[in-house]
Design a protein around this ligand. Structure first.
Ligand SMILES: Cc1ncc(COP(=O)(O)O)c(C=O)c1O
Length: 368
């Protein structure tokens, strides 16, 4: 068998007729950027996430940058975040001239440890960025309470968590502002780059709307602030509009696959993700942890099963962040996770026979 880490071709077959129809209409109309499909997508996501403002942009990295720009993060500021995430979460802070102040993660959830945030706060702390890693909600009750106590805004990086929720709300609706990615491999993945900034605060939403078009307001070529060019193309937005109604089903299938693995692997000497009986984890990635991670990855590769390592080097140890002075041992939980994590394929289109084969192969490794 040959099992890729994600199967975008099969997913595309389901939606291609409608997407291609829309693309033809867009090309004949020649309304190519920030048109009706962007607006439809923004309205749909705002309603789904339960926030008044959703502003599309070019990609998830820009969504983070725009969020920090809207919060006026600047040189000399500090922004607290996790060292165990995709690079953009922290590079967006550095690009604003600010310092990423890392806080270690919780062992079980692999999300930022809410109990460690408070002691990292200084008078320079101007924001906290949390990441719902692998689609698993952070402890937003505690994090929001800490933000409120110190008057520090909370940014949610929801690149991996569109649709994660608890009984208090959806990911993207807890913090002051949230950054979403439509990178093709995300749970709602586009046909190219794409992103969105969500906010429950009207003032931040208005600001982002200007910042993504060079700081222009309603009067063309009058610039109220210095922004960037981060607009979404209609062709990309129309594909997301077609895919969006499938998101809940796809997320449910991902969760189902994750539960299947948990059930079939529970007696093995590996740490499995903790899955509650709700939507607080939407299985963007299904990550198991074990000491012999590299050997298992190679074994599965020989069996035709492609896995991923998210992430092999925590951000405080990245060479480009050396000037911040972090060293090995600073965040032991994140460092351990980077050495032991392995993501098995969990995409919605996985067939039963493929899942059985993956389980059988993992079990064979441990028998071996
Ligand atoms: C946690 C996280 N943050 C930010 C991003 C950046 O998104 P993009 O690739 O759309 O710029 C990604 C995805 O790549 C991500 O996984």
């Amino acid at each position: 068998m040959n099992i890729p880490p994600i199967d975008l071709k099969t997913q595309f077959k389901l939606v291609q007729k409608d997407i291609l129809k829309n693309i033809r209409a867009i090309l004949s109309e020649q309304k190519l950027i920030l048109g009706q499909y962007c607006t439809r997508l923004e309205d749909a996501i705002a309603q789904y996430a339960g926030v008044p403002s959703a502003i599309s942009c070019a990609n998830g990295t820009d969504a983070l940058i725009l969020s920090l720009m809207a919060l006026d993060i600047k040189e000399g500021d500090e922004v607290i975040t996790t060292p165990y995430t995709f690079f953009a979460t922290a590079s967006s802070i550095v690009l604003m001239g600010a310092k990423p102040v890392f806080v270690d993660i919780e062992k079980e959830s692999m999300n930022i440890d809410p109990g460690l945030i408070e002691r990292a706060i200084t008078p320079k702390t101007k924001a906290i960025i949390v990441v719902h890693l692998f689609g698993k909600l952070c402890d937003m009750d505690r994090i929001s309470a800490t933000g409120k106590k110190y008057g520090i805004p909370v940014v949610e990086d929801i690149a991996q968590s569109l649709g994660s929720r608890n009984d208090r709300g959806m990911s993207g609706s807890f913090g002051d502002i949230a950054a979403l990615s439509f990178y093709p491999t995300k749970n709602l993945g586009g046909i190219g780059e794409g992103g969105m900034v969500l906010s429950k605060r009207a003032d931040l939403g208005e600001k982002v709307k200007k910042l993504r078009v060079h700081g222009m307001g309603s009067v063309p070529y009058y610039h109220e602030m210095v922004g960037i060019n981060s607009r979404l193309d209609e062709i990309k937005a129309c594909a997301l509009v077609v895919k969006f109604p499938h998101l809940e089903t796809w997320n449910q299938k991902r969760i189902g696959n994750a539960r299947f693995y948990n059930k079939r692997l529970k007696d093995l000497p590996v740490v499995l993700p903790h899955i509650k009986d709700d939507f607080s984890y939407i299985a963007h990635q299904y990550v198991i942890r074990m000491q012999e991670r590299d050997r298992l990855q190679e074994f599965l590769k020989q069996k035709g099963i492609m896995t991923g390592i998210y992430y092999p080097l925590p951000l405080h140890l990245q060479p480009c962040f050396a000037s911040f002075g972090y060293k090995k041992g600073d965040f032991p939980v994140a460092e351990e996770a980077s050495l032991t994590s392995l993501a098995l394929p969990v995409y919605p289109e996985l067939k039963k026979a493929e899942k059985d084969y993956i389980v059988a192969s993992v079990r064979e490794f441990f028998r071996g």
